[in-house]
Design a protein around this ligand. Structure first.
Ligand code: KG4
Ligand code: ZN
Length: 341
């Protein structure tokens, strides 16, 4: 039921290859979350083709927004504000969602709120756990980012660690391609790894000596590629489940260790996971096991809220709205938008 005093946000997301729109009530309740994924379209190219993504967003954005309003049982009249991802992401893809949001905000005379995509991923946890409040530590690991974030408040973020080269999801996608599993790599490696031995091959885990909580996955990627080359030269059989499991374990070990170190450093006993890689079963399992031994609670959103979706954007926009943020009609897409202070 929607009451007069409820705050309704229309959320819009189009930063990569998902066209999505949502209606969020009071920042915590999902009335609708329509996601149109282009995965099948990009599969044959082994990754997202930016121009194809933009064109598909143009076709889908208005029908997806209409469906989100319809499923929520509301009209534009009922909406209090429009939240939209304006970065980081693919510039052409971002512009489609942003232009739609600006046009609707102007035509319907509603406030516009630009949302940082990573802030959205973090906010997915508020939808999954309606009681969750900052502060907490959030590991945001996706195709484009690997950040350890100290969520000091709803609108206050401090980056404690980040990747110095490849993002975790990017490493999953590249290795998946190298071992012939295809795109998107994360879910496929996760699946094959379940039948493999994670101790079969000892791949490197990079930790920086200066105590930094940063990540580096490019050396791991090279190690897997070298290993595959060696097998090819000696004519040995490639055991895909074993390689998938050993690679996955190497990524997960570093993500878990650094995130728990961040929680201990900040003396915070709550860890949340976010982003596409947060869907990884080994990461969820190991983070929970290791953190709980140290009295730290681990949270993660359901699978649909881990990968790109507009519910998380509507949620983040709600907290920005409550904090008084309003974006102007000159809001532009910022492909390399940074988070934090
Ligand atoms: O958050 P997301 O949908 O898009 C970005 O903002 O990048 O994340 C997509 C990434 C891809 O790299 C995909 O391979 C990875 O998340 N991913 C996974 C899993 N599901 C998706 N990685 C590991 N295990 C998974 N189960
Ligand atoms: Zn994302």
């Amino acid at each position: 039921m929607i009451l007069q005093m409820d705050t309704l946000i229309l959320g819009i997301e189009s930063s990569c290859d998902e066209t999505s729109a949502s209606v969020i009530k009071n920042g915590r309740c999902i009335l609708s979350n329509v996601i149109s994924s282009q995965v099948d379209l990009h599969k044959k190219y082994g990754g997202v083709v930016p121009e194809i993504a933009s064109r598909k967003h143009v076709e889908l954005i208005i029908p997806v927004i209409n469906q989100a309003l319809e499923e929520a049982g509301v009209t534009l009249e009922d909406i209090n504000a429009i939240g939209v991802t304006y970065g980081p992401g693919l510039v052409g893809a971002l512009l489609v969602g942003l232009t739609a949001a600006k046009s609707i905000a102007f035509a319907a005379d509603k406030p516009l709120i630009g949302v940082h995509h990573i802030e959205g991923h973090i906010a997915a946890n508020y939808l999954q756990y309606p009681e969750l409040e900052p502060p907490f530590i959030c590991l945001v690991a996706s195709g484009g980012h690997s950040h350890i974030v100290h969520v000091a408040d709803y609108n206050k973020f401090e980056i404690l660690g980040q990747t110095r080269d490849d993002a975790a999801g990017e490493a999953f996608d590249k290795i998946s391609r190298a071992i012939g599993l295809g795109y998107p790599g994360g879910p496929l490696i996760d699946k094959y790894a379940a039948q493999g031995d994670s101790n079969a091959v000892k791949f490197p885990r990079v930790h920086f000596e200066d105590g930094s909580l940063d990540f580096s996955f490019s050396g791991l990627k090279t190690a897997v590629l070298n290993y595959l080359n060696r097998l090819e030269q000696t004519g040995e059989k490639v055991n895909i489940p074993d390689i998938a499991a050993s690679f996955q374990q190497a990524v997960v070990d570093v993500l878990v260790k650094n995130t728990i170190s961040a929680a201990r450093m900040k003396n915070i006993n709550k860890i949340a996971l976010a982003g596409g890689v947060a869907a990884n079963s080994q990461l969820r399992r190991d983070m929970k096991n290791m953190a709980e031994k140290q009295g730290i609670t681990v949270m993660y959103p359901g699978l649909v809220l881990c990968t790109d979706n507009a519910a998380m954007i509507g949620c983040a926009a709600y907290f920005e709205y409550k904090n008084g943020k309003r974006s102007g009609m000159d809001l532009n897409a910022v492909p390399g938008l940074r988070l934090g202070y």
